[in-house]
Design a protein around this ligand. Structure first.
Ligand code: COI
Length: 356
């Protein structure tokens, strides 16, 4: 990318929300990053501009055939510095989603450099409370005005920022969540797009999420799309089980999101010499472990969710209370370590943070 980033500052900064009452993804900062893709020219005109609505042709391909991908990452305030957590992994994954969705790849270094500029400009928007951060949402949309089913010839990539607290609401990010094991709908199939962060994956999950919500559950646990037997992931996070002292998580099989927090947890467990296996996990295995009293903990991992203990599981008309519906010691240790590294309070033993 030969072109350099331009910056247009807002003339009317917004009033910031009350940082003690942050809802997830409701308040956006003063500026956003935009870069356009034009066929024959590539990604052009990277710029930071005042946060504003987009003007788009109603026939833009994204509205009709859903050619769109996104990412989720966070910036933290640490003693006068801004810290990003493994941002290169997110942009690598963005390009992985792009390739699958026939969207042109973009220079990852340009995105890292531009993001650093953007978060520096918005440093006063980074909340400093316990469990708070500035959530970063990069996304790409197909902008060509056309109703033909084909890859778009033009795109926009934007990065918007929102100060956030805990994803599941409430003050305590470690409040255990309840999970409904979905046995009607499926999220993804072999050869599909389950490993990408494409908008449609989330749209397709809403019905099950709605039903689980009406039954009083926070999230849906998806099973494999063929036999509806093997565990895949939760709506907004990957999932881990601690059984008889060993940690297991579903292996990446193409239909599961390759979570960066998931990867960080696995690396930390290796670092601590705690046995961890990535493999296929049958729901029956969970039932058997529960009945034998060897199912010690369940927790989810994700950028938004961080480490989220699971206190209750509902499957096949049966309710399973996990660890007395309390946060388990391993989930707590992982949460404290990962958030400690992210905010600079703990030594970054695995070299994950990037100071802006
Ligand atoms: C994230 O954890 O960043 C996600 O993208 C999950 C969700 C909020 C859709």
């Amino acid at each position: 990318m030969a072109e350099s980033l331009t910056i247009e500052r807002t003339k009317s900064p917004k009033t910031k929300p009350d940082f003690s009452q942050l809802a997830f993804g409701k308040n956006f900062t003063d500026h956003m990053f935009v870069v356009d893709y034009v066929e024959g020219e590539g990604w052009i005109d990277p710029r930071i501009v005042p946060y504003q609505p987009l003007t788009m042709d109603p026939s833009s391909l994204v509205f009709h055939y859903g050619q769109a991908v996104f990412e989720g990452m966070k910036a933290y305030y640490s003693d006068g510095n801004i810290m990003l957590f493994r941002p290169e992994k997110n942009f690598e994954r963005l390009n992985q989603s792009n390739r699958r969705m026939s969207i042109p790849e973009i220079d990852e270094q340009l995105l890292i450099d531009s993001l650093k500029e953007l978060v520096s400009l918005e440093r006063d928007w980074i909340p400093r409370g316990e469990g708070q951060s500035l959530y970063i949402r990069p996304f790409v949309i197909a902008t060509e005005a056309s109703l033909s089913v084909k890859p778009s010839s033009s795109y926009k990539l934007l990065i918007i920022l929102t100060p956030v607290g805990s994803y599941y609401g409430g003050d305590d990010a470690m409040n255990p969540v309840s999970i409904y094991v979905e046995n009607e709908f499926v999220r993804s199939v072999r050869g599909g797009v389950g490993f990408t962060k494409t908008a449609g994956n989330y749209a397709a999950s809403l019905k099950a999420q709605e039903q689980a919500g009406s039954a009083g559950y926070d999230q849906v646990l998806w099973l494999d799309g063929v036999e509806q037997r093997y565990i895949e992931e939760v709506g907004s996070m990957n999932i881990f089980f601690k059984i008889s002292g060993k940690v297991v998580t579903p292996a990446l099989n193409g239909s599961i999101l390759e979570g960066i927090t998931r990867d960080s947890v696995i690396e930390l467990l290796h670092y601590w010499d705690i046995p961890v296996e990535e493999r296929r996990i049958d729901m029956e295995e969970i039932r058997t472990a529960y009945e034998a009293g060897t199912l010690e903990e369940i927790f989810g991992t994700g950028t938004a969710a961080v480490i989220s203990p699971v206190g209750e599981l509902r499957w096949d008309a049966q309710t399973y209370k996990i660890n007395n519906a309390e946060t388990g010691p391993l989930a707590k240790q992982l949460y404290d370590t990962i958030t400690g590294i992210q905010t600079g309070d703990k030594e970054d033993v695995l070299h994950w943070t990037r100071t802006v």
